[in-house]
Design a protein around this ligand. Structure first.
Ligand code: OOG
Ligand code: MG
Length: 253
């Protein structure tokens, strides 16, 4: 098991939008090692000039765990190459088999250097927004083990968010929908995310500590999907609406 070689394999697959066999078919590695592969793959992106812009949490809802058959919380790193603006046209050919999922995004106000408590959140978080994550597993058929998906930076491929709302905005029990061409294709409650979406931020701060990942001011943290993810097709308008937080959308071109 060579972390450097495996990180190059997943990074090349992402860069070239080409599907690969699951790494664990031929290589054995544990969860800690899969995070080392992820970290090394991100180092390759940073060496090409990409910037670290935040973290994403995964499998924070039962709906997602069931869809993917993986039952542990995971986290990945976001770079500016994955960032899109609300309303953007996003090229389909940047991806292999992209899916979208409705999320909530947090904007960090002050560097997070320890596991946050609920009470500390207003000190560290600037705002909350409705968000969409585009995931694109680099593995054939979007199938993977826990170790595979972590090594592949948790399928991270794109993210975008709507208008920011103050940190004291109520984000519990909000209805969240994902629509394709104005037809709702998934809906769920924000509390599908760990029973309270703020808990996802707390877990992000805990896991970042564990893996020595800094969370500077200005970082984004994606809370994880409230519903299963849905495959994208060229030409689609994709929109997420979160009660009181508003809309965020893009078009696949
Ligand atoms: C892994 C990423 C999971 C989420 O929000 O739960 C994730 C995958 O489903 O490919 O981003
Ligand atoms: Mg997600």
């Amino acid at each position: 098991m060579d972390i450097k070689i495996l990180s190059q394999i997943v990074d090349d697959a992402a860069k070239n939008a080409t599907a690969i066999e699951q790494l664990t078919v031929q290589h054995q590695f544990n969860e800690e090692e899969s995070y080392a592969i992820q970290a090394a793959s991100i180092e390759r992106r940073l060496a090409r000039g990409e910037k670290f812009v935040g973290l994403k949490m995964g499998f924070t809802s039962y709906a997602k765990m069931e869809q993917m058959g993986v039952h542990d919380m995971i986290w990945g790193r976001l770079t500016d190459d994955m960032f899109f603006k609300n309303g953007d046209n996003i090229p389909f050919n940047k991806f292999i088999h992209p899916r979208a999922e409705p999320e909530i995004c947090f904007l960090v106000k002050k560097e997070i250097d320890h596991t946050l408590t609920l009470e500390e959140i207003p000190e560290y978080i600037e705002g909350v927004a409705a968000a969409i994550e585009i995931i694109d597993s680099r593995y054939k058929n979007f199938k993977f083990s826990l170790e595979d998906v972590i090594a592949d930076n948790c399928s991270s491929a794109g993210f975008l968010f709507g208008d920011w709302h103050p940190v004291d905005t109520e984000i519990n029990h909000l209805n969240m929908t994902l629509s394709f061409n104005d037809e709702v294709v998934q809906s769920g409650s924000s509390n599908a995310i760990l029973g309270n979406p703020w808990q996802s931020l707390i877990d992000a701060s805990r896991l970042a500590q564990k893996y020595k990942q800094e969370i500077p001011a200005g970082s984004y943290i994606m809370a994880g999907a409230a519903t299963p993810a849905m495959y994208l097709k060229e030409g689609m308008n994709v929109k997420t609406t979160v009660d009181t937080l508003g809309d965020v959308e893009f078009t696949v071109v």
